[in-house]
Ligand binder design. Structure first.
Ligand code: HEC
Ligand code: HEC
Length: 434
């Protein structure tokens, strides 16, 4: 075991080929611990020696030199990267490229194609005006670009519409985890009075009467019957197909070392070590899938939202929300369950201060996660972290809306009317009205 106090605390273990566990009991003293049985690691004594030698060699010019050395430590397979750091007791997997989703019986190409129609179709709502795509728009990072969504009757919801990218990788969906996977979730927004406000039986009847839909159900499921279960399966299949394409970070991790700048590599290292992000945003999806209180419960105040507690009733869950993925994060704002942040830098400042505004809680307020603490990052380090987060995915590409069954005629007749009116108007301005 070696105790070190570095700016980048992992110099001495750069040649290890095993994944290691590292912990920091209290900031900023880093304690790097080897996992038992990782035979190829150098012994602790040797590590301490190397640390000492490194310190002596680098001396006071360490700050200026390190980012370049650091880049060398990361331009190698992820198994050889410096150890990541999490608090004692935290189980974490390293960040890395997403593995393909395993096949699942209910997801077929046919159901996915039907699901796309349903996803874009406002006739699935009580008002006939709101589709899933109204709040999960590919051009807005598969969210709606608003702090909180506007649902049925433009009523403001209380939560921010989450991106749908990579939702299939989560066991528990929604900010409070109340849905167990996409199949369980699919009908909930349709029924919700704050979202699409519809009755499933009505929607089934409506789709049965639209020319083209029974045929689309037949193509997907082998018979033209429309049912709530089939609607759910089709929508879930489409949502399951929304996986973000490999980011610059993923390409870097697969050996394309030119994909990340040195600044971004510095950010990657901070993310995995001193910034403590890996305590919650870990693994290929950049989320532990768990629930944490990061200080945004507004306990006892106007916008109170106790998150996970509303589902479990467990007092420990007060103010906890699901750790969101950070993939494509620069393109899925506003951020947080309540859309509090429209300024990305503000989020990083907040974490850096240990979420200071929660330091004066109301009596009885739920405690902040013990994994949150002031980080002491300087401005350059915050910039590096921000740069790294920018390498986690691009703005999602445009998706052509599908031609919806029974809508072509409606669109044509709608077009016909204004064009007749326009002709009349043109005729009037030309002064040759008959
Ligand atoms: C009125 C806006 C609105 C509409 C319409 C809407 N959603 Fe959402 N969606 C939201 C909001 C807000 C959340 C977060 C809700 C929460 O956590 O309580 C969300 C969350 C989700 C999630 C969870 C993602 C995750 O990572 O956990 C999925 C999946 C989803 N919606 C799919 C759909 C589908 C499918 C439809 C259409 C059937 C739909 N939504 C319609 C606003 C909307
Ligand atoms: C204690 C666990 C925890 C730690 C540590 C943590 N986060 Fe978070 N993060 C969360 C949770 C939970 C949320 C959602 C909170 C909410 O909406 O109320 C979140 C939200 C975010 C968001 C907004 C995501 C979105 O889609 O709205 C960003 C960006 C973010 N975290 C980045 C970071 C960075 C960078 C670090 C390291 C400096 C970090 N987080 C450390 C748990 C954590």
């Amino acid at each position: 075991m070696a105790l070190i106090r570095p700016r980048y605390g992992s110099r001495m273990i750069k040649h290890s080929s095993e994944k290691k566990l590292a912990t920091y009991p209290e900031f900023p003293r880093l304690q790097i611990r080897e996992r038992l049985g990782s035979g190829r690691l150098p012994g602790a004594g040797l590590m301490a020696m190397r640390a000492l030698i490194a310190c002596l060699l680098v001396g006071h010019s360490a700050t200026a030199q390190e980012p370049r050395d650091l880049a060398d430590e990361y331009r190698r397979p992820p198994a050889e990267w410096p150890a990541f750091i999490v608090d004692p007791g935290v189980q974490a997997e390293d960040i890395g490229p997403l593995q393909p989703l395993p096949p699942i019986a209910w997801h077929t190409p046919g159901s996915e194609a039907l699901g796309k129609l349903l996803f874009f179709d406002p006739r699935l709502s009580g008002s006939g005006q709101l589709a899933c795509v109204s709040c999960h728009d590919p051009q807005l990072g598969w969210g709606d670009g608003r702090r909180v969504s506007a649902g049925h009757g433009r009523r403001a919801g209380r939560r921010n519409a989450m991106t749908l990218l990579n939702a299939a990788y989560f066991e528990r969906l929604f900010w409070d985890g109340r849905a167990e996977g996409l199949l369980d979730l699919a009908l909930q927004p349709i029924r919700s009075p704050d979202e699409m406000n519809a009755n499933i039986a009505d929607i089934v009847a409506r789709l049965e009467s639209v020319g083209g839909y029974p045929e689309a159900f037949e193509a997907a499921f082998g018979s033209p019957d429309v049912s709530g279960q089939r609607i759910a399966q089709a929508i879930a299949s489409f949502a399951r197909s929304l996986v973000s394409s490999p980011s610059r970070f993923d390409r870097f991790a697969r050996g394309e070392y030119a994909r990340l700048s040195e600044k971004e590599i510095e950010g990657l290292h901070l993310f995995r070590t001193r910034a403590g992000c890996m305590n919650c945003h870990s693994g290929p999806r950049f989320s532990d899938g768990g629930f944490h209180h990061t200080g945004l419960s507004y306990y006892g105040r106007r916008f109170e939202d106790l998150g996970r507690f509303e589902i479990t009733g467990n007092p420990e869950d007060r103010g906890r929300f699901r750790t969101p993925s950070l993939r494509n994060i620069r393109h899925t704002g506003p951020w947080m369950h309540n859309g509090l942040f429209t300024d990305f830098k503000g989020i990083l400042r907040m974490y850096n201060q240990g979420i200071a505004f929660a330091a004066r809680p109301r009596p009885g307020a739920p405690g902040l996660s013990p994994l949150i603490r002031p980080l002491g990052l300087d401005r350059g380090e915050l910039e590096a972290l921000e740069a790294f987060l920018g390498a986690l995915g691009r703005k999602p590409p445009f998706m052509e809306p599908p031609a919806l069954p029974g809508m072509a005629e409606a669109a044509n007749s709608a077009k016909a009317a204004p064009s007749a009116a326009a002709q009349a108007a043109t005729a009037r301005t030309q002064g040759n009205t008959p």
